[in-house]
Every structure is written in C-alpha cells, then in structure tokens.
Design a protein around this ligand. Structure first.
Ligand code: MYR
Length: 282
C-alpha cells in the first residue's frame, strides 16, 4: 500500500491543532512588510498582521514559498512516504502551484501530485480534509487526485466581498476596469472565482444586500436538511462572522458550520473587513 502525505499551503488556514491531529503538512506563503519577511501562520498570525497593517506606513506584499523550501520539504517527506498530494491556492493568483510542480520534478523517491484548488482559504481546506480522509483510508495519490477533481467538477461555491477594492487592484488581482466600475458606482460587488481568477459575480450596493443575495444562492443550492459543510470567512470581523454562522446553523440543521479567517497573505490582498461564505455538500 502506498503511503501518501497530504500537503497544503498556508492559505487554506486550517488551524494548527487540526493539522497536527490529521497529519497535514503545511508550507507557508510569506508576507513582507518593508524589508521584513514573515512566514504566515508560523511567524505571523492574522490578529498581529491586521494590527501591524493599521500601524505600519508601508503596505504589505506577499510571496509564494521558495522552490528550495518545497524541495527540502519533499526530500524530508521522501524518507517516510511514497507519494504526496499537495493542494495549492489557485494558480491564477499565485505562482505556488507552478513552483510545487517544478519542485516535484526535482526530487526523487517521492511522487508528488499537485492539485490546483483554483481558489483559496476554506474551499481549499475542503479539498485538503477530503484528501486526508482518503489517504488515511489507504487511497493512493492517483485516486485522491481523481476524487478531488470530481469534487471540483461538482462545484465548491464561494462568494466574498471586500470593503475596499483597491487592495485587490494594487496587488494585481483585479483589473483596472473592474476597479473603476466598482469605485465609480460605489458598489460592493460580490466576488468569486472564474477560470482561476477573481471576477465580480454581481454588483450590489451594500454588504447587507450582498449577504442576502449569497443566502438566496445558498437556498437555491442547499436544502434545509442537506448534509453540508459551510464556512464563514472574515478579515478581523469575528463577531459578524459568528452571527452569520449562527443564522446559517438555524437555517441548515444538518450543516457543519465553521468560522474561519482570511490570514495575512490573503488579508494583504482583500483588506480588513472582508467576508466570505463557501459550502460543500457531503
Ligand atoms: C502570492 O504572493 O503568491 C500570494 C497571492 C495571493 C493572492 C490572493 C488574492 C485574494 C484571494 C481571495 C480568496 C477568497 C476565497 C474565498
């Protein structure tokens, strides 16, 4: 039986105790303030990050893990594992996927399968947790990849909104036309991923209306008794996220509802105040 390691980059924001419990290997992306680089989750956590943003003058930037770190990690894993499945954030917003593929080709003794989640954060975590479950049941890397692909084809809906579109534009993840329309009409578009990239889904004027619209989409997609995992993701808006999660628990009685966060790397591009909702039917 092939022994398979499951790797995620840090942007799935799976809490450390769950990673430890489920044997999930995490490789961090970096956030850079001025000239100081921090590995997120390992050297800087969300709360400290948002505090720093409010105090520092220079805006942070982000970077993917260095190929050398990925190679080192794979060499280490090759001592105990035959294969590894690595689930990355979307290749349309970060070079992490490409670096992982390149690192996999450089290391012998372990077969690396790289899965492009085409998203990030909790929806990425859904894939990671499924991969872990399958690996612990004895599936090989090939079968795990096929299962994840099937999940992707079935759809993992995720919608999010930001207080200020300029963060996404400054980081090159939203084009100028999209920024212009948003700012001109003072709208808070609901955003989502299409073809691995962030695009506006619908133009809405207020956060309240955006949330109502996302709830409506959920109603069309999820029946009140469906077994579903839901995650409410926030950038320093825990109380608001908890309130939304409670509302969702009342609505969907068989749901496993989480409250998650946009950590430093994703927070750099979305900005404080962002909120997202994602779900997957089981
Ligand atoms: C890098 O420097 O390689 C990382 C770039 C990360 C870009 C993040 C853009 C925002 C993603 C939002 C995800 C929301 C998922 C619900």
């Amino acid at each position: 039986m092939s022994k398979v390691a499951v790797i995620t980059d840090s942007t799935s924001y799976i809490p450390e105790h769950i990673r430890n419990e489920k044997n999930i290997v995490m490789i961090p992306l970096n956030v850079v303030f001025d000239k100081e680089t921090y590995k997120e989750e390992a050297e800087i956590k969300a709360d400290d990050f948002y505090d720093m943003v409010s105090k520092e003058e220079a805006l942070p930037k982000t970077s993917q893990p260095a190929i050398g770190e990925l190679v080192e990690l794979l060499e280490e894993l090759s001592q105990n594992y035959d294969e590894a499945v690595m689930i990355t954030l979307s290749s349309g917003i970060s070079g992490t996927y490409q670096s992982a593929v390149a690192a996999g080709e450089m290391v012998e003794g372990i077969k690396l399968h790289v899965f492009d989640s085409e998203i990030s954060c909790s929806p990425q975590a859904f894939y990671v947790l499924k991969a872990t479950e399958l690996a612990s049941e004895g599936s090989n890397g090939y079968d795990i990849m096929n299962h994840l692909l099937q999940m992707k084809n079935n759809g993992v809906p995720a919608y999010f909104m930001v207080d200020d579109l300029n963060h996404l534009h400054r980081g090159g993840r939203l084009n100028t036309a999209q920024l212009f329309v948003g700012n001109l009409l003072q709208i808070k578009p609901i955003l989502h991923f299409e073809d691995k990239k962030i695009v506006p889904f619908e133009k809405v004027r207020t956060k309240k209306k955006a949330l109502k619209r996302i709830f409506d989409i959920m109603d069309e997609n999820v029946k009140p008794n469906d077994k579903v995992k839901i995650s409410v993701i926030h950038a320093k808006r825990e109380d608001e996220a908890v309130e939304i999660a409670d509302e969702l628990r009342e609505k969907f009685t068989n749901a496993d509802v989480w409250v998650s966060y946009f950590g430093p790397v994703i927070g750099t591009h979305l900005g404080e105040g962002s909120l997202g909702i994602t779900w997957i039917k089981e």
